[in-house]
Write a protein that binds this ligand. Structure first.
Ligand code: HEC
Ligand code: HEC
Ligand code: HEC
Ligand code: HEC
Ligand code: HEC
Ligand code: HEC
Ligand code: HEC
Ligand code: HEC
Ligand code: HEC
Length: 422
């Protein structure tokens, strides 16, 4: 260690000298010149910073670190020149907030960029623990936007691009040692990566599917307009949320202190629902709280059987029309209309969230009518097909008879010809 320090000191002295000698170079960024020559931890920022959004916008090292880049020696890093060195803890907020909380300054670069990151952060669990308790194990700006490698969220290489957010948060939240003092689960990423949301985001590239920050907020405790993170699902699934809000469960679940949507769907591991979630069979969510005797249980069974019957009617009509189509019958209009029964199935599944059998029943009835009509059209087509087939059989017989007659006629002509020849 000692030898290395002497080495660095000698090197600085040298750079200081040459810097002072070359006047033109004094106008250059001496922070970069000296640091890139230092190697290791002290040079790494120079290399990384080249692709940082702040470098792209023309900022240099002093924008965050202060000091004077025109001074070639160690003097450029004098505290009197505003040099902050390596910002730590709450100091980071001052460094980043100097620009990002200054609306007038930021407007010159990008008028649509928000300028509330620091104030929002201060209201989050992370910010409150840092500012009120001095807890430095929480996330600061740098945990989510690594210094010298800051990129806009739209950049696929950014730590805060939607596809990368789960890994960024899990650096702490998936680290059992780091989270040990807090006694909270560390399985959020694991579970989230088994969810329908992650599949939509990572496989279909559907950027409207949520990742950690869409539910928990980027900087604040919860996204704007949401009083509690448990209510966040309704931001995107508004039809289900509207039904749910009007339902008996909305009031009783709040009273019981159980979450809303997450009670039946989970928060991190939201999987694709199926009809067997409904009812009282093993694995059905309703069976967790209701029994066959109570009204909730009865309603669960009734809603399930209504949905099952619509589903069955839809499939029957669909396969009959499909068969007719395969035989060349024109049933495209009937198939198109049958789509209405499938739509009804979708709305009925959404209406389950009213937990009211009348509402589900109304949707199912509409769908059943459509399915029954379509089935009748399928039967008509099949009857028509049968009729055509009998028609065909009759004409084949007639044609065969004609051919036979013709053959006889030809023979007769041939016979006459040979007779007259001889
Ligand atoms: C002449 C060489 C030289 C110049 C010019 C120079 N530095 Fe340094 N800088 C160093 C050395 C050497 C260290 C390590 C000092 C130490 O570990 O005590 C260092 C440390 C730092 C650190 C880390 C401080 C910490 O607390 O760990 C930062 C940040 C930094 N420099 C930024 C800058 C900026 C910004 C400029 C330009 C205004 C600049 N440096 C100019 C040589 C230089
Ligand atoms: C957008 C603000 C910003 C800019 C611009 C910036 N830095 Fe930094 N730098 C930081 C922050 C914040 C840290 C503390 C990082 C941490 O603790 O993880 C830091 C840390 C450092 C360190 C200490 C690294 C270590 O591992 O101890 C050095 C050295 C450094 N910066 C040099 C530079 C140089 C040289 C430039 C210009 C090429 C530069 N920085 C530009 C924000 C910035
Ligand atoms: C000297 C002023 C300044 C400082 C200090 C500063 N920034 Fe920036 N930052 C900017 C400007 C200007 C932009 C470019 C905005 C644009 O054009 O979209 C930017 C862009 C960003 C972006 C990308 C935003 C986007 O969507 O385009 C992030 C993220 C960011 N900064 C985070 C930080 C963090 C974290 C710190 C502290 C380590 C910091 N900034 C320090 C001025 C600054
Ligand atoms: C817990 C992680 C986390 C922390 C802490 C954090 N950010 Fe962010 N930040 C994000 C995410 C995620 C996004 C991307 C938002 C999006 O997709 O639009 C973001 C976006 C940004 C943007 C782009 C504009 C915007 O608001 O969407 C800026 C600028 C920014 N952050 C600055 C900061 C500053 C300054 C701090 C410190 C006060 C900070 N961030 C702290 C996660 C964080
Ligand atoms: C630097 C490590 C670190 C990073 C990165 C980080 N967090 Fe945290 N987070 C913590 C710590 C430590 C706590 C405090 C735990 C507590 O109080 O229970 C916390 C608390 C939380 C809480 C409150 C938990 C509770 O107790 O109810 C939420 C929610 C949260 N973080 C979400 C996120 C999200 C989302 C991200 C990524 C965008 C993220 N965090 C990134 C360290 C981190
Ligand atoms: C679809 C929305 C959603 C997504 C995506 C999401 N969360 Fe959550 N998260 C919640 C809800 C809801 C809670 C329960 C909050 C409560 O009970 O107050 C929660 C709770 C938490 C907690 C508190 C401890 C716990 O496990 O109960 C942490 C920490 C957390 N989430 C971190 C994350 C991280 C990290 C990610 C990304 C890997 C993430 N969340 C993704 C909705 C979400
Ligand atoms: C930011 C918007 C957003 C938020 C917040 C959100 N979701 Fe989603 N959700 C989506 C998208 C997008 C899909 C993918 C649709 C698909 O692939 O069928 C989806 C899919 C689903 C599915 C599967 C739907 C199906 O038809 O199979 C369920 C169930 C679901 N989300 C429940 C929830 C719950 C519960 C929450 C809250 C804990 C929540 N969502 C929060 C956007 C969101
Ligand atoms: C009491 C349990 C329960 C609660 C609470 C609940 N759901 Fe559901 N949810 C279900 C059941 C059961 C299904 C499956 C219905 C079916 O497929 O027959 C379902 C299906 C869904 C679907 C897929 C619908 C489709 O088209 O297949 C989404 C999306 C959804 N729920 C979102 C939510 C949201 C958002 C909330 C909160 C506002 C919520 N759920 C609350 C039980 C619940
Ligand atoms: C977390 C436990 C829980 C789950 C899971 C649950 N319920 Fe309930 N449900 C309740 C409670 C508590 C009540 C209120 C009972 C009361 O007020 O008498 C209730 C009430 C109802 C009611 C109103 C009954 C009445 O008296 O008018 C219906 C209908 C209902 N639930 C249907 C369902 C269906 C369908 C499911 C599955 C999709 C389901 N519930 C899942 C706890 C639950």
């Amino acid at each position: 260690m000692g030898r290395q320090r002497v080495g660095i000191a000698a090197f600085i002295w040298l750079v200081g000298l040459t810097g002072a000698a070359g006047g033109a170079q004094a106008q250059e960024n001496n922070c970069v010149t000296c640091h890139s020559a230092l190697g290791g931890r002290l040079a790494a920022p120079v290399e990384a910073f080249q692709r940082d959004i702040h470098a792209e916008k023309g900022f240099g090292c002093v924008a965050c670190h202060g000091g004077d880049a025109s001074i070639a020696g160690m003097g450029g890093m004098a505290r009197e020149l505003g040099f902050v060195g390596r910002p730590r803890g709450r100091q980071v907020l001052d460094v980043c907030g100097r620009c990002h909380s200054d609306a007038d300054f930021m407007r010159r670069y990008n008028p649509s960029l928000r300028v509330d990151q620091v104030t929002e952060y201060a209201t989050s669990v992370h910010g409150r623990r840092l500012l009120e308790l001095g807890d430095t194990a929480v996330a600061t700006c740098l945990s989510c936007h690594p210094a010298h490698n800051v990129r806009p969220p739209s950049d696929p290489l950014s730590s805060v691009h939607p596809v990368n957010v789960a890994a960024t948060c899990a650096a702490c939240h998936g680290d059992a040692d780091h989270m040990k003092p807090y006694g909270i689960p560390t399985d959020q990423r694991e579970k989230y990566e088994r969810s329908v949301h992650w599949a939509a985001l990572s496989e279909q590239g559907d950027l409207s599917a949520p990742t950690c920050n869409d539910c928990h907020g980027n900087h604040g405790a919860t996204p704007p307009g949401i009083s509690w993170v448990g209510n966040v699902c309704g931001q995107c699934h508004s039809v289900m949320a509207d039904y749910y809000e009007e339902s008996r469960h909305a009031t009783t679940f709040t009273m019981l202190g159980v979450p809303g949507c997450a009670t039946c769907h989970q928060n991190h591991e939201v999987t694709r629902p199926a009809d067997d979630m409904l009812g009282l069979d093993e694995g059905a969510v309703c069976a967790r709280c209701h029994a066959p005797g109570d009204r909730g249980g009865e309603t669960a069974l009734a809603m399930r059987s209504m949905i099952d019957s619509l589903q069955a009617a839809y499939h029957a009509a669909d396969s009959l029309l499909g068969a007719a189509e395969n035989h060349g019958m024109e049933v495209s209009q009937a198939l198109f209309e049958l789509g209405g029964a499938n739509d009804a199935l979708v709305t009925a599944r959404a209406a389950v969230h009213s937990f009211d059998r009348e509402i589900v029943g109304a949707e199912v009835t509409d769908g059943l009518e459509v399915a029954v009509r379509a089935f009748a059209r399928g039967e008509d087509a099949m009857n028509e097909l049968r009729f055509r087939r009998t028609g065909l059989a009759v004409s084949v017989v007639i044609i065969l008879a004609l051919i036979a007659g013709l053959l006889l006629k030809i023979r007769e002509v041939d016979y006459r010809a040979t007779v007259t020849e001889t």
